[in-house]
Design a protein around this ligand. Structure first.
Ligand code: ZN
Length: 129
């Protein structure tokens, strides 16, 4: 895509299961969730980029009181994952038992995935590589 990235299009891409972060034209920093301003250099020149979908688990928490979207699946993990390209994204972590959080290791390799909430909306998720 060559048009200037917008948050609207970013969300539409997730809906289409085609995650694409922004990339700073000036310094190459990969940015997601999208921001109009580069975290690194302050530039506002953004373009679309692609990521491998591979990342490392940085942090997680267990959600017991869930939003409507995933209420029936609580408890579940919400994770922060650092993608290979350096940006950090949040999503539900699949493939582990939320009642045994001690079995989830920080630094675990995960891959980006998608899932659908109760409303039919698509969300980012992660599962073990
Ligand atoms: Zn930059």
């Amino acid at each position: 895509m060559t048009e200037k990235p917008t948050i609207e299009q970013y969300l539409k891409n997730i809906e289409a299961r085609d995650f694409q972060p922004f990339k700073c034209v000036d310094c190459g920093t990969v940015i997601a969730p999208p921001s109009g301003t580069c975290y690194s250099c302050g530039s506002n020149k953004m373009e679309w980029t692609r990521v491998s979908g591979k990342g490392t688990l940085v942090s997680f928490t267990v959600i017991h009181i869930a939003s409507d979207e995933f209420q029936e699946e609580a408890p579940y993990f919400i994770a922060i994952v650092e993608l290979e390209e350096g940006t950090r994204v949040t999503g539900r972590l699949q493939g582990f038992d939320p009642l045994k959080p001690e079995e989830v290791g920080i630094g675990t390799l995960v891959v980006l995935d998608y899932e659908t909430g109760k409303s039919g909306k698509t969300y980012l998720a992660f599962r073990p590589e």
